[in-house]
Write a protein that binds this ligand. Structure first.
Ligand SMILES: C[S@@+](CC[C@H](N)C(=O)[O-])C[C@H]1O[C@@H](n2cnc3c(N)ncnc32)[C@H](O)[C@@H]1O
Length: 346
């Protein structure tokens, strides 16, 4: 073992400090649809250059950086002799033709979040969001849903970051005592569709603002799930929310300030049937607030994106849920930094 192993060393500082180099290289590859172009085939650098309209100068630095970062495989030699292909992960998750594509969140990181995070210092000093709302007077979701393209981009981003969690929840939680489900803020209806595929006895409503209804409905029709899943349009603060045995909220509570969070939890408690439960799916911060770095960074992302939103721990949620009428809560791990928090009404 090296004698220097316990000496302080700057590699972590440099790795995180310069992390945007690797991040922006991956985001650019996703934005260029490099992984979709590669699909299941192998291509030479020159073929990639031609298809993506790239310049000679940094072609092989770009491709080989992706190899070094573990996002491409390369064989037969280097530069003009090399052929490139997807790794098993990029083939599964970053090829747009794959059903398990999760690149929507990376596309949105590239087109929106990357530049808005430049305002982090300002956000920390003012407590104000640093996204499009800074330049307009419309609320955040109205701004995000200004065009069909931006609406779809946001919906795809949400699906990208949550699909693995939805699948894990559908396979691991015992849904057998429940027959009706409502997903509040259901976006493109991905959670409702996933639950219906794995739990065919469930009847599910995906409830969200009218702006997303046509996209959610078209997703359900395409999936052939219209018998099991319906869409309801409304505003969960001002309209009645559907009664159900289970109500889910994926990445909803973190969008709102404390008062708004508690209003929603209390409203859900009233809308649930007697033996019902609320399930929230978020990047739940550990109670000690020192381990789930992604959850803490997501909370900073809520500073960038919303007027009052923040992420929270299981202990925070337990306190709020009990105040709002639930009798106990539990946490179950999902994928990576995400967990489900369940609040039981009886
Ligand atoms: C961060 S996204 C989460 C989407 C999805 N639940 C997920 O887990 O990926 C928040 C969702 O809440 C919806 N939403 C925001 N305000 C709402 C309101 N007042 N009433 C109903 N839905 C709302 C948005 O349209 C969006 O789909």
């Amino acid at each position: 073992m090296s004698e220097n192993v316990n000496l302080p060393n700057p590699s972590k500082i440099l790795q995180v400090g310069m992390g945007y180099w690797g991040s922006k290289t991956l985001l650019t590859a996703v934005g260029l649809e490099l992984f979709t172009l590669l699909g299941n085939q192998q291509l030479h650098g020159n073929e990639i250059k031609k298809e993506l309209d790239l310049h000679d100068r940094s072609l092989y630095d770009f491709l080989d950086a992706l190899v070094a970062l573990g996002f491409l495989e390369r064989s037969t030699g280097i530069r003009d002799n090399a052929v490139y292909q997807n790794t098993p992960e990029t083939s599964l998750f970053l090829d747009k033709n794959s059903e398990t594509y999760i690149g929507g969140i990376l596309e949105m990181s590239n087109t929106r979040l990357f530049r808005f995070w430049n305002g982090l210092e300002k956000g920390l000093k003012t407590g104000e969001p640093q996204n499009e709302v800074k330049f307009g007077d419309k609320p955040v979701f109205e701004t995000l849903y200004a065009t069909e393209e931006s609406t779809r981009e946001f919906i795809d981003a949400m699906a990208g970051i949550q699909m693995a969690n939805f699948m894990t929840l559908a396979k691991t939680f015992d849904f057998s005592p429940y027959t009706t489900h409502c997903d509040l803020g259901g976006s493109g209806a991905h959670l409702s569709m996933t639950l219906s595929r794995h739990q065919p006895h469930l009847r599910s409503v995906s409830f969200d603002l009218p702006a997303v209804t046509p996209i959610a409905q078209s997703n359900i029709d395409k999936a052939g799930l219209s018998e099991q899943v319906t869409v309801a349009s409304g505003d969960f603060f001002n309209d009645q929310i559907p009664r159900a045995d289970i109500i889910t909220m994926g990445n909803i509570l973190h969008d709102w300030n404390l008062e708004e969070k508690k209003n929603l939890i209390a409203k859900v408690c009233k809308a649930l049937n007697e033996k019902g439960c609320l399930i929230v799916i978020e990047n739940v911060i550990d109670d000690e607030r020192r381990n789930n770095a992604f959850g803490l960074l997501m909370s900073l992302n809520m500073l960038i994106e919303t007027p009052g939103g923040f992420d929270y721990s299981a202990q925070d949620f337990d306190t709020w849920a009990r105040e709002c009428g639930f009798i106990h809560t539990k946490k179950i791990p999902l994928t990576g930094p995400s967990s489900a928090l369940i609040a039981y009404k009886s």
